[in-house]
Design a protein around this ligand. Structure first.
Ligand SMILES: [Zn+2]
Length: 198
Protein backbone atom coordinates (compact mmCIF):
# COMPACT_ATOMS: atom_id res chain seq x y z
CA UNK A 1 0.00 0.00 0.00
CA UNK A 2 1.23 3.42 -0.92
CA UNK A 3 0.30 6.94 0.00
CA UNK A 4 -0.60 9.27 -2.79
CA UNK A 5 -0.58 13.04 -2.99
CA UNK A 6 -1.23 15.57 -5.73
CA UNK A 7 1.55 18.16 -5.51
CA UNK A 8 0.33 20.35 -8.39
CA UNK A 9 -3.02 19.98 -10.12
CA UNK A 10 -2.42 20.00 -13.86
CA UNK A 11 -3.64 22.98 -15.85
CA UNK A 12 -3.74 24.17 -19.46
CA UNK A 13 -5.12 27.50 -20.63
CA UNK A 14 -4.60 30.40 -22.98
CA UNK A 15 -3.55 33.46 -21.01
CA UNK A 16 -2.82 37.10 -21.75
CA UNK A 17 -1.50 37.94 -25.25
CA UNK A 18 -2.41 34.46 -26.47
CA UNK A 19 0.38 32.77 -24.48
CA UNK A 20 -0.45 29.16 -23.67
CA UNK A 21 0.19 28.07 -20.07
CA UNK A 22 0.43 24.40 -19.15
CA UNK A 23 1.85 22.16 -16.48
CA UNK A 24 0.66 18.62 -15.85
CA UNK A 25 -0.46 17.03 -12.63
CA UNK A 26 2.67 16.45 -10.57
CA UNK A 27 2.18 13.81 -7.91
CA UNK A 28 3.97 11.94 -5.17
CA UNK A 29 3.74 8.20 -4.53
CA UNK A 30 5.46 7.16 -1.32
CA UNK A 31 5.90 4.79 1.58
CA UNK A 32 8.65 4.44 4.22
CA UNK A 33 11.10 3.13 1.61
CA UNK A 34 10.63 5.22 -1.51
CA UNK A 35 9.46 8.58 -2.81
CA UNK A 36 8.42 8.74 -6.45
CA UNK A 37 7.74 12.04 -8.19
CA UNK A 38 5.55 11.60 -11.26
CA UNK A 39 5.96 14.20 -14.03
CA UNK A 40 7.80 17.19 -12.54
CA UNK A 41 6.10 19.48 -15.07
CA UNK A 42 7.05 23.00 -16.14
CA UNK A 43 6.22 25.20 -13.16
CA UNK A 44 9.36 25.34 -11.01
CA UNK A 45 7.89 27.85 -8.53
CA UNK A 46 4.78 25.76 -7.93
CA UNK A 47 6.90 22.64 -7.53
CA UNK A 48 9.17 24.36 -4.98
CA UNK A 49 6.14 25.60 -3.01
CA UNK A 50 4.58 22.14 -3.01
CA UNK A 51 7.79 20.65 -1.61
CA UNK A 52 7.90 23.31 1.11
CA UNK A 53 4.30 22.52 1.98
CA UNK A 54 5.16 18.82 2.34
CA UNK A 55 8.36 19.65 4.25
CA UNK A 56 10.44 17.86 1.63
CA UNK A 57 13.48 18.79 -0.41
CA UNK A 58 14.22 17.90 -4.01
CA UNK A 59 17.02 15.64 -2.80
CA UNK A 60 14.49 13.49 -0.89
CA UNK A 61 13.09 12.16 -4.19
CA UNK A 62 14.37 8.68 -5.14
CA UNK A 63 12.68 8.27 -8.51
CA UNK A 64 11.56 10.86 -11.03
CA UNK A 65 9.11 9.10 -13.35
CA UNK A 66 8.10 10.48 -16.75
CA UNK A 67 4.81 9.23 -18.19
CA UNK A 68 5.65 10.42 -21.72
CA UNK A 69 7.95 12.71 -23.62
CA UNK A 70 6.06 15.93 -24.01
CA UNK A 71 8.08 18.90 -22.70
CA UNK A 72 5.30 20.18 -20.42
CA UNK A 73 5.69 16.91 -18.49
CA UNK A 74 9.48 16.86 -18.22
CA UNK A 75 10.93 20.39 -18.35
CA UNK A 76 11.60 20.42 -14.58
CA UNK A 77 13.88 17.36 -14.65
CA UNK A 78 16.64 19.98 -14.71
CA UNK A 79 15.82 20.58 -11.02
CA UNK A 80 16.89 16.96 -10.29
CA UNK A 81 20.34 16.69 -11.90
CA UNK A 82 21.52 13.82 -9.68
CA UNK A 83 18.46 11.59 -9.74
CA UNK A 84 18.05 8.69 -12.16
CA UNK A 85 15.26 9.11 -14.63
CA UNK A 86 12.61 6.40 -15.07
CA UNK A 87 10.09 5.97 -17.84
CA UNK A 88 7.77 3.09 -18.77
CA UNK A 89 10.63 0.80 -19.82
CA UNK A 90 13.99 2.22 -18.78
CA UNK A 91 16.02 3.63 -15.91
CA UNK A 92 18.47 6.20 -17.22
CA UNK A 93 21.62 6.35 -15.09
CA UNK A 94 24.10 8.59 -16.87
CA UNK A 95 24.82 6.80 -20.14
CA UNK A 96 23.51 3.47 -18.83
CA UNK A 97 20.08 2.22 -19.84
CA UNK A 98 18.56 -0.40 -17.54
CA UNK A 99 15.44 -2.04 -18.96
CA UNK A 100 12.47 -3.44 -17.06
CA UNK A 101 8.78 -4.15 -17.38
CA UNK A 102 5.80 -4.86 -15.15
CA UNK A 103 6.83 -2.93 -12.03
CA UNK A 104 8.88 0.11 -11.27
CA UNK A 105 12.16 -1.40 -9.97
CA UNK A 106 12.34 -1.75 -6.19
CA UNK A 107 8.62 -0.97 -5.77
CA UNK A 108 5.16 -2.55 -6.06
CA UNK A 109 4.09 0.20 -8.43
CA UNK A 110 2.63 -1.37 -11.55
CA UNK A 111 3.53 -0.08 -15.01
CA UNK A 112 0.74 -0.28 -17.59
CA UNK A 113 1.39 0.76 -21.18
CA UNK A 114 -1.41 3.16 -22.21
CA UNK A 115 -0.48 4.37 -25.71
CA UNK A 116 -2.51 6.74 -27.87
CA UNK A 117 -1.79 10.27 -26.67
CA UNK A 118 1.81 9.34 -27.37
CA UNK A 119 2.91 5.81 -28.14
CA UNK A 120 5.33 5.55 -25.17
CA UNK A 121 2.80 6.83 -22.61
CA UNK A 122 2.81 4.62 -19.50
CA UNK A 123 0.44 4.72 -16.53
CA UNK A 124 1.32 3.97 -12.93
CA UNK A 125 -1.11 1.88 -10.92
CA UNK A 126 -0.96 1.90 -7.14
CA UNK A 127 -2.94 0.44 -4.30
CA UNK A 128 -3.69 3.03 -1.65
CA UNK A 129 -5.54 2.98 1.66
CA UNK A 130 -7.31 6.25 0.98
CA UNK A 131 -8.44 5.85 -2.64
CA UNK A 132 -8.21 2.15 -3.49
CA UNK A 133 -6.69 1.59 -6.95
CA UNK A 134 -5.27 4.84 -8.31
CA UNK A 135 -4.35 5.12 -11.98
CA UNK A 136 -1.91 7.95 -12.61
CA UNK A 137 -2.62 7.93 -16.31
CA UNK A 138 -1.82 11.56 -17.14
CA UNK A 139 -2.67 12.47 -20.74
CA UNK A 140 -4.84 9.42 -21.40
CA UNK A 141 -7.33 12.00 -20.08
CA UNK A 142 -6.77 15.76 -19.99
CA UNK A 143 -8.77 18.94 -20.32
CA UNK A 144 -8.17 22.64 -20.63
CA UNK A 145 -9.19 24.59 -17.53
CA UNK A 146 -12.95 24.65 -17.00
CA UNK A 147 -13.64 21.97 -19.63
CA UNK A 148 -13.34 18.81 -17.57
CA UNK A 149 -16.14 16.29 -18.21
CA UNK A 150 -15.42 13.20 -16.17
CA UNK A 151 -18.84 12.27 -14.79
CA UNK A 152 -19.73 9.59 -17.30
CA UNK A 153 -17.96 6.87 -19.22
CA UNK A 154 -19.02 8.04 -22.71
CA UNK A 155 -17.67 11.55 -22.20
CA UNK A 156 -14.41 10.02 -21.00
CA UNK A 157 -14.08 7.59 -23.90
CA UNK A 158 -14.88 10.26 -26.49
CA UNK A 159 -13.01 13.22 -25.03
CA UNK A 160 -11.14 14.78 -27.98
CA UNK A 161 -7.35 15.06 -27.81
CA UNK A 162 -5.84 17.46 -30.37
CA UNK A 163 -2.33 16.17 -29.66
CA UNK A 164 -2.94 12.43 -29.88
CA UNK A 165 -0.86 10.03 -31.97
CA UNK A 166 -3.53 7.30 -32.37
CA UNK A 167 -7.24 7.57 -31.62
CA UNK A 168 -7.72 3.79 -31.72
CA UNK A 169 -4.94 3.18 -29.19
CA UNK A 170 -6.13 6.07 -27.03
CA UNK A 171 -9.67 4.68 -26.81
CA UNK A 172 -8.32 1.25 -25.96
CA UNK A 173 -6.10 2.72 -23.22
CA UNK A 174 -9.07 4.61 -21.80
CA UNK A 175 -10.99 1.33 -21.58
CA UNK A 176 -8.09 -0.29 -19.71
CA UNK A 177 -8.11 2.56 -17.18
CA UNK A 178 -11.90 2.55 -16.76
CA UNK A 179 -11.94 -1.23 -16.27
CA UNK A 180 -9.58 -1.13 -13.30
CA UNK A 181 -9.31 2.24 -11.60
CA UNK A 182 -11.14 3.48 -8.52
CA UNK A 183 -9.63 6.94 -8.90
CA UNK A 184 -8.07 8.48 -12.00
CA UNK A 185 -5.38 11.16 -12.18
CA UNK A 186 -5.52 13.07 -15.49
CA UNK A 187 -2.63 14.96 -17.05
CA UNK A 188 -4.37 18.32 -16.79
CA UNK A 189 -7.47 18.60 -14.61
CA UNK A 190 -8.79 17.28 -11.32
CA UNK A 191 -8.31 13.79 -9.94
CA UNK A 192 -11.70 12.08 -10.27
CA UNK A 193 -13.52 8.94 -9.20
CA UNK A 194 -14.10 6.40 -11.96
CA UNK A 195 -17.80 6.93 -12.88
CA UNK A 196 -18.14 3.14 -13.17
CA UNK A 197 -17.62 2.97 -9.40
CA UNK A 198 -20.35 5.52 -8.61
ZN1 LIG B 1 1.19 15.13 -23.36
Amino acid sequence: MYKFKILIEGYARTGANGVYFASPTSSLIYDEKVKVLVDPGTNADALRSSFEREEMEFKDIDIVFLTHYHPDHFLNIRLFPNVDLYDGTTRWHGDQEHFYEGRLPGTDIELVPTPGHTMEQTSLVIETVEYGIVFVCQDVFWWEDGKQKSDNVNDLLNNPDPFMASWKDLQNSRKIVLDRADWIVPGHGKMFRNPRRN
